[in-house]
Design a protein around this ligand. Sequence first.
Ligand code: GLN
Length: 493
Amino acid sequence: MTDLTTLGIAAIRDGVRDGQFKAREVAEAFNAKVAGADALNAFLVKTPDHALAAADAADAARAAGETLKPLAGVPIGMKDLFATKGVATTAASKILEGFVPPYESTVSQNLWNAGAGMLGKLNLDQFAMGSSNETSAFGNVISPWRRPNDTAPLAPGGSSGGSSTAVSAGLAPGATGTDTGGSIRQPAAFTGISGIKPTYGRCSRWGTIAFASSLDQAGPMARDVRDCAIMLEAMAGFDAKDATSLKLDVPNWEAALSADLKGKRVGVPKEYRVDGMPGEIEALWQQGIDWMRDAGAEIVEVSLPHTKYALPAYYIIAPAEASSNLARYDGVRYGLRDLPEGAGLQDMYAATRAAGFGDEVKRRILIGTYVLSAGFYDAYYTQAQKVRALIARDFERAFESCDVLLTPTAPSAAFALGEKQADPLAMYLNDVFTVPASLAGLPAMSVPGGLDKDGLPLGLQVIGKALDEQGVLNAALAIEQRAGFTARPQAWW
Ligand code: GLN
């Protein structure tokens, strides 16, 4: 019998529906994989009973002859940024240690309503701030990938490093991610899986621990484009509890998947040819352009002139919003409280925040508070907002002459743990290709394109017009079919 953990979301859904295997067998197989993968440190909490209960519900529905829900029998991993009722939720920070939400986030609830079950809560960069998962307060996630003849642990990408690791190591057929400046796309690229950040507002932010509210978007990470489409359909939808939620029906993206790009124009932004980009990434990008042409698309060169200001603008706006959002962790309401002997209220705030937040989170709060302070507000925050508007306008103009854009996802393959940790700027530079679409609120997807000389995955990014997830998924599918990416990490854990 096939190892059920080799199956993706569509195959599990169809197999359960057609009676090839029981949902319970699927859940048991993944629970066993998760239990045997502690060396990867991808899971902060394991919830095998949640996965089993959803599986039993799927099996019972099938036995009763009911129509199965869209994700019936599919167990998934949940990034620990989504509040899950009765299950510890920490955002990988000490400040939320011991916090058990009495409510369920809208995205996770949508997934349970669609029949999915939860294998556990996935490790991440603390408060989703980072590109390597090294800012987690609960230890780093280790990528399942390694360079040949080299046991040096590699970064799984961040901030959704637990999600990327769980999916690429076969511990879950799919996982939720969140993407503020690249946290779905870059870890997907580093681990050879697919991930889509939808248009800002497609997925409700309600119950998702906030980092930078004008940028945060949830999305799926899975083995292929179809699985991402299926999972995104379940996650997305209008939610009155999120003021920025889009009041639109969720399209049936899976049904309209097509890798035929005839009549489509694919834009190649010349400003993404950044200095120092490795030749292999450049070559993969060219390969991607050829694949698009082969799929019937016309290739056009486009210009996004303000690209070089995107990263600096992002690293002002995101920390500014974070400094405001994270003001709520004061030792009064959630998680950690540090109340030194004889201390007053202010001392308690200070002691709790000093003990509870990690260094990167503190750095962001300090930067954010600085750029919002009187005297510096106009010079930094207002300027950055203006740059953001110009970046959005660049995309609008580019989309006058094309339907989607094709770029590399990240300027490098996975780096070693520790390699960039001491230099925050080097770390921030890894987000250079993902941040612009975030600032403009556009849908963007990473899909595996190939391997570098060390056998590590490289991703290609497709960016689409607002609300055109279909165009993004279809272009990504055309790449997927031509790339024939089947590489998997060799199990060492
Ligand atoms: N790496 C980026 C950051 O550190 C993006 C993180 C994210 O998308 N959550 O801010």
